[in-house]
Write a protein that binds this ligand. Structure first.
Ligand code: UDP
Length: 229
């Protein structure tokens, strides 16, 4: 309930603020609006495959509704909204206990604990380094008022979760083994952005390859290993 209401009521509050002060406003939307996608890679024109009642719906539907609110404020009041759909992002200073896959795997690898792959590990994600995302966000905010998005921001380099686990074990020189457990309900089977629109409208593309980004992230986690872990 907190996730859903923050996404929707929180966005309405921010849109009112932007309307009052005549500001442009960035909506940090998400690849989750595509749900468990039936189109691959995902273009902005794809309307997605989201379960409205499943355990992820509070986030997915909350963010979808926030996009709707943005476009209504744009059409009704001329608020310059900028909607970006952020695909899986990682990098230094992630919270080690945020529960997402890269932070989980790095913490597990550094502790020598088993890496917990959910399901078979055959599901895919496309991981974007944080610096690339920031560059894309900055470019989006500099566009003309007529550019509302949504625009995908992500790295189209797609990997299975099993590949990711092996890569993190290798890069962290970890003795950890890999274990398999139950796949959460509604976990998307694949995800990869089509970034043609970002290339065209923002002249943007990601520059940091997964190996390079993981090395930076592992080095950052090592620094706080005694404090945080
Ligand atoms: N995952 C995993 N082990 C973990 C955490 C996540 O295998 O310890 C899987 C998860 O089931 C999903 C993928 O990794 O298929 C990405 O999960 P995350 O929560 O990072 O992002 P999202 O599912 O929201 O894309």
């Amino acid at each position: 309930m907190k996730t859903l209401l923050t996404s929707v009521a929180g966005m309405r509050n921010m849109l009112e603020l932007a309307r009052t002060h005549r500001c442009r406003i960035l909506q940090a939307s998400t690849s989750e609006v595509y749900g468990d996608p039936l189109e691959h890679p995902q273009r902005e024109s794809y309307h997605g495959n989201v379960s409205p009642t499943g355990p992820r719906a509070c986030y997915d539907e909350g963010k979808r509704c926030a996009e709707t609110l943005c476009m209504d404020y744009h059409r009704m009041y001329g608020v310059p909204v900028k909607i970006i759909r952020i695909f899986n992002t990682y990098g230094p200073r992630m919270a080690p206990d945020d529960g997402r896959v890269i932070s989980n795997f790095i913490v597990q690898a550094l502790r020598g604990e088993p890496l917990t792959v959910y399901g078979t590990g055959g599901q895919t994600r496309s991981f974007q380094y944080v610096d690339d995302l920031i560059e894309g966000m900055t470019r989006m905010m500099r566009t003309d008022d007529a550019v509302t998005g949504p625009v995908n921001l992500g790295n189209p380099e797609e990997h299975t979760i099993a590949e990711l686990a092996s890569e993190i074990v290798r890069l962290a020189s970890s003795p950890s083994r890999i274990v398999y457990s139950t796949l959460p309900m509604d976990d998307p089977k694949m995800r990869k952005p089509d970034i043609a629109k970002a290339r065209h409208e923002l002249d943007w593309h990601p520059c940091v390859a997964l190996e390079q980004g993981l090395i930076e992230t592992i080095n950052d986690f090592v620094k706080c290993v005694d404090i945080c872990l």
